[in-house]
Design a protein around this ligand. Structure first.
Ligand SMILES: [Zn+2]
Length: 285
């Protein structure tokens, strides 16, 4: 089966997956000829897929296409059928967001190269409970959720991997419930910075105050004040649309226990698919 060949995701803001949809401005000119080799390379960029053995990867590969995800792309929205599963590559960060009736929103989970977005728990073709939105763009692999389900039925190893991943995603969501209810904003912001830092290959994280406020479920002015305080303490540099991690160890010390609780669970359940590399490198693991 030929691999589809467009570098444009065809993913519109607002959750429609139509080639004619409104595209965001980022990477609008990036059209990459995608070959099966590109797809194979992308497998190594997603740690969930990379943890599979070659035989299982060969089962999934014919159904995969490479896509470019842009910041703000909505992969699926509340109530929509989840028809595709996305596997973020290095540097890509997506959020599962819960929107309230009054327009406020808060992040329930962050997903990067350690995982996948869409149809993980529900197995697809069921209405989405939340919105999946891209925070930091880049390359990802995409396949129809039905094809993934077929592969799970044929392979116990694939089934086991996604079952384990679903467990870690649920753990992250459960921890977020406790974190949002009980922990101070500066500790939550540090947790968020660590979680995102783990998924990108740079100390620089590109994001707006509006986004950060939405992820944390607070007012923009509130998050701005907390970020300024972290900057004054030398933990980060924060200018418009850009956070630079200056002192990772200090941010870890400031973060609440929720960051390490989730990381420890991922380490226990999915040891080959951990998102972070900074922590790994420092600890020598
Ligand atoms: Zn917390």
């Amino acid at each position: 089966m030929a691999i589809v060949v467009t570098g444009m995701s065809g993913i519109a803001r607002g959750g429609r997956d139509s080639p004619g949809g409104e595209m965001s401005n980022e990477n609008n000119n990036s059209r990459a000829e995608v070959t099966p080799l590109n797809v194979a390379l992308q497998f190594s960029g997603n740690r969930l897929l990379a943890s599979l053995k070659p035989a299982e990867r060969a089962m999934l590969e014919p159904s995969m296409a490479t896509v470019i995800l842009n910041r703000g792309d909505v992969l699926f929205d509340v109530g929509e059928d989840v028809t595709h599963t996305y596997f973020p590559g290095p540097g890509v960060v997506a959020s599962l967001v819960i929107n309230m009736a009054d327009g406020r929103a808060v992040e329930a989970a962050t997903i990067g190269r350690e995982g996948a977005v869409g149809g993980i728990v529900s197995a697809g073709h069921k209405p989405a409970f939340g919105r999946a939105v891209v925070q930091i763009g880049g390359t990802a692999l995409k396949m129809e959720t039905a094809a993934l389900e077929s592969c799970k039925e044929r392979s116990a190893a694939i089934r086991d991997l996604f079952s384990r991943y679903a467990d870690t995603l649920l753990a992250q969501t459960m921890q977020s419930v406790a974190c949002n209810a009980l922990h101070a904003l500066d500790a939550r912001l540090c947790r968020w910075l660590l979680t995102t830092h783990d998924r990108v290959d740079s100390d620089e994280i590109s994001l707006t105050q509006e986004y950060l406020a939405e992820m944390l479920g607070v007012q923009r002015t509130t998050v701005s004040g907390v970020a300024r305080h972290l900057q004054e303490r030398g933990l980060i540099s924060y200018t418009r649309g850009r956070v630079v991690i200056l002192d990772r160890a200090a941010i870890e010390a400031c973060a609440c226990e929720c960051y390490s609780a989730v990381q420890n669970h991922i380490r226990a359940v999915l040891p080959d698919a951990r998102p972070q590399k900074v922590v790994d490198a420092r600890s020598g693991t």
